[in-house]
Design a protein around this ligand. Structure first.
Ligand SMILES: [Zn+2]
Length: 260
């Protein structure tokens, strides 16, 4: 009788210990995933001196693209991006020599948009890579053309790494556009631009249009430069961006509101 009593007491002890361990692990993962929700309530502001400069330096079309593409409603973290000086991009899986060459071009397009060499094509060091493009062969059927998952430090608003899945298809030019589209998600754009941006890579409304995979429209390049503009702080929210930048432009050449 007394032996039985001891065993149940021992079980309680282990039970408590396991509970504490699992609860701690859960808490750590919860803070990592949702810790940034703090920034949703804490107002992260753009410096007053910078507001007018930013407004004057970027075009209407750029802001129209930027707002829904950066501040996706699904993500409460606001603006997120890579903070490292050099972001390494590499390939994995069943890619062809055309795919290989295209990623080099895509990296060049990103760098020329930003204005310096932030992104580096890195063929040999997959382990150190910040963005890995994984090419999935055709016999693995998938409904989507590409998919990106980002690992974000929610406290700093910094993207730590991204994985991009590219599903093979017969149309090389289309596949290239998918690569560029997913790379844009990988570097920080969580949503898609407004419906007028059909000829951009990040548009989700241009599947049926034949577009040049080697040419980036100017407003898209501008939006990439704006995303990496240090004057915009990490965790900047959609509401703050609207209030401080978007609504302070004296006029827009297009009535954007009805297109959102
Ligand atoms: Zn997308």
């Amino acid at each position: 009788m007394s032996k039985l009593f001891n065993i149940s007491k021992l079980k309680d002890k282990w039970g408590t210990l396991f509970f504490i361990i699992f609860f701690s692990l859960y808490l750590v993962s919860f803070i990592n995933d949702y810790g940034g929700i703090y920034f949703y309530f804490k107002k992260v502001l753009i410096e007053k001196d910078d507001i007018n400069n930013i407004i004057n330096e970027y075009s209407d079309e750029c802001f129209y693209y930027f707002l829904p593409a950066t501040f996706s409603e699904k993500r409460p973290l606001g603006l997120v991006r890579y903070e490292k000086e050099e972001v390494l991009i590499s390939l994995l899986g069943g890619y062809s020599s055309e795919d290989f060459e295209y990623v080099k071009t895509a990296v060049n397009m990103l760098n020329s948009a930003i204005g310096y060499d932030k992104f580096l094509f890195c063929d040999l060091n997959i382990i150190k890579s910040d963005i890995i493009l994984i090419y999935i062969p055709k016999y693995i059927k998938n409904k989507s053309f590409g998919k990106t998952s980002k690992n974000i430090n929610s406290l700093s608003g910094e993207i730590k790494s991204s994985m991009v899945f590219v599903y093979d298809c017969d149309n090389q030019s289309f596949k290239n556009r998918v690569v560029m589209h997913e790379l844009l998600h990988a570097i920080g754009f969580s949503g898609h631009p407004g419906s007028l941006c059909e000829n951009s890579f990040l548009s989700d409304k241009n599947y049926n249009i034949e577009l040049d995979a080697y040419k980036m429209v100017e407003y898209e390049a501008e939006a990439i430069r704006l995303l990496y503009d240090k004057r915009l702080p990490n965790h900047l929210s959609r509401e703050t961006f609207l209030r401080q930048i978007y609504n302070n432009r004296s006029s827009y050449s297009i009535d954007f509101e009805k297109f959102y």
